[in-house]
Design a protein around this ligand. Sequence first.
Ligand code: ADP
Ligand code: MG
Length: 584
Amino acid sequence: MKNLLFLNKYLIKYKSLLIIGTIFILIANIFALYPAEFVRHAFDNIESIISKNSTKNTRNFVLLKYGGLIIVFAIMKGTFMYFMRQTIIVMSRKIEFDLKNTIYKQYQKLSLSFYKKNNTGDLMNRITEDVNRVRMYLGPALMYAINMLFLFTLVISKMISINTTLTMYVLAPLPILAIAIYFVSNQINRKSEIVQRQLSTITSVTQEDFSAISIIKSFNNRKKSIKLFTQECKDYTKKQLKLVSIEACFFPLIILLIGISTITTIYIGGLETFKGKITTGNIAEFIIYINMLTWPVASVGWITSIVQRAEASMKRINEFLDNDEKIKNTGIKKKYIDFPISFKNISFTYKDTKIKALEKINFKLERNKSLGIFGKTGSGKSTIANLICRLYENDSGNIKFGSSNIKDLNLSTLRRNIGYVPQDGYLFSGTVEENISFGREKCSIDEIKEICKITEISNEIENFENKYKTIIGERGVQLSGGQRQRISIARALIINPSIYIFDDCLSAIDANKEEKILNNIDSYTKESTRIIISHRTSSLKNTDHIIVLEKGKIIEEGTHNELIKTNGFYAKMHEEQTKKVINK
Ligand code: ADP
Ligand code: MG
């Protein structure tokens, strides 16, 4: 249970709801208790009325009186049950809300390497499925546990006060019921988990099929997909049927045990009545008590298995909350960062793949100058960008902004000053306008339009039916690679940062347009520092300095013209690339 102790701080936070809820449960139980007694009185009165030969009116009055009382008490009980749900269940929902937010905040803090290690499905599960199981413990399980405690105390003490022998006999089968139900519900939970897992397999199979539908169709692979899907569904049915066969035992088991208790009550109660120790009314009363106890007893097993599952889920959540794979954020917030940006002997290895991506990198970038990074795929270009944004932490060497080490800079200061256009510019499903203004709290449509002219996308957006309000992504217009890149450049330009990092973000744009955009960006960003990463020499020819990477090392550097003159790797690549353009 030690993992669930973490939740106590939330229970304390909402203690008023919990305490009021508990009082409501107690009151509801008191109202639930009396109707059984009214039934006894009714039975006993019928007997005495018969022996007294009373009038029709008194008979009616006696019967209706108890009937009326039972109805009034039932209404009162119902009312307080409503209040008990309104407090305890509401409390559990509030804690669920808090817990989800805590988890989400932790998600936002964890470093990128954490995300590369864990799969999305598992991350989603913690915040949905695991939290839900914990909520089941805080809500229904806690409520029924308190309810059970009161009900047991009240009903059993009432029963004992009437007749101890009968109470003993009648209660005897109940522990067996509790244990049996515990085992059955455990089985049900285990089987439903298997069913749940199979269901997510089916979901991912279909999801993958939908995303790859064009490949499936063009490779004419429909039959294979259908076969796979059918197989998974057959599996699902098999697992579901196993679950059903266990579930089917649940009610018969309860009914059997109630039956046994009822028969015992009548038999033993009959014997006690013959002895004159109780009345026939008491037998009826006891039968009602037995029925009242059955559900709580059944719920002991159910509650136990909910608590066990919540414990397991909470363990997973705690493991995750204790994860310290965060980038330490120590520095104080400032408005701007200092220059020059310098890399001194930077080497970097990705921990999970052990790939050494950078080795002894040195460069210096002055304010308002531009740096080109050239190299083939996998040479380490994007890794440099990741380190500058501090998405990963450098293992050796120093990255400095002015005189301060990157590790001493406040993270939001750093990132607010960088306009990063990543290689795979992800766009959210939303409107064009929302995507472009993503990094800003408020910005006018005119500003957006202005920026779109710079990235040469405005004509295309104006041609969409809803213009800047066009929904893009899954439920909207599908954009081409080049359009996506130009929108993600616009998204970076609009925040007007002091440093821009363009990571190969013109790769899907043709040479002609590339030239135009680069010129526009050049004149727009004169007042900022730029890092342009590319595997195309054409994108870099106007930069102030270029470093050429191969396998994580700088092999050449200089301006475009200098590098051409050196006649090394860069020059060779430049020649090949220009030839290709001319041949086209
Ligand atoms: P480029 O941007 O020049 O194509 P990268 O900087 O992306 O190169 O990659 C450099 C090397 O690091 C490659 O060998 C790549 O496989 C590896 N790498 C890149 N990103 C990761 C990552 N997140 N985890 C592990 N290895 C990575
Ligand atoms: Mg890259």
